[in-house]
Design a protein around this ligand. Sequence first.
Ligand SMILES: Nc1ncnc2c1ncn2[C@@H]1O[C@H](COP(=O)(O)OP(=O)(O)OP(=O)(O)O)[C@@H](O)[C@H]1O
Ligand SMILES: [Mg+2]
Length: 229
Amino acid sequence: MNLGYQLVNRNHKVLLVDMDPQASLTTFMGLEPYEVEETIVDSLLNDSPLPIRSGLHGLDLVPSNITLSAAEVQLHSALAREWKLKRILDRVIDEYDFILIDCPPTLGILSILSLVAATHVLIPLQTHFKAYKGTDLLLDTVRQIREQVNPGLKIAGIVPMMYSNTGQDKAILEATQQQLAVVAPIFPAISRAIAFADASMARQPLAVYDPRHAMVKVLDSIAENMEKL
Ligand SMILES: Nc1ncnc2c1ncn2[C@@H]1O[C@H](COP(=O)(O)OP(=O)(O)OP(=O)(O)O)[C@@H](O)[C@H]1O
Ligand SMILES: [Mg+2]
């Protein structure tokens, strides 16, 4: 949501697609997932037109809710399932400058559909040991998707997240910069800041909730990099 909002501020037309059954993005954008009648599920399973909600902080959103979790099971047996999201998004691709797909935290079929539909992957990476170790699996998945279905898939960058000035965070940030720079550009770290959680609770992008927050500049520099892709 924050990256999308910065891109809107830079005069781009942006669509956010929530591909996570937990639907945090849908919630943070101000919708109540349980009350949303049409979600990404309708398009994935029934091929119906994308249920796009407009005018949320200048952004468009395709919402999700927990029914996506059940859909995930059905998708496993669907024909040509890998292409489903790409086909659906192709219908609206000319209407947008950027389409941002929010993936679930797992590397299941929903993430695969997203990676097949995508031109670029942006990897938010918490500066914690566990998250850092998990990047191997993600990078391996990206490699496989490239080899098997989407040869053009690029890694746009890695965004170190939830950074605090402690020993472990510093060590992991350094390791990320040293070891992953060959894989992708490493963006400036986003600090752990209560304002992010407060902004989410207020259902606003950080730049709306607290325009002068130091992290807004960092978010905007990431958006600026997206323009150069
Ligand atoms: N840098 C930060 N500092 C403090 N809180 C943050 C920061 N970034 C995100 N948060 C908060 O942490 C919560 C989870 O954030 P977010 O949904 O972006 O993470 P996620 O990794 O996508 O989680 P999920 O796996 O549930 O989708 C939100 O309440 C958000 O406001
Ligand atoms: Mg998430």
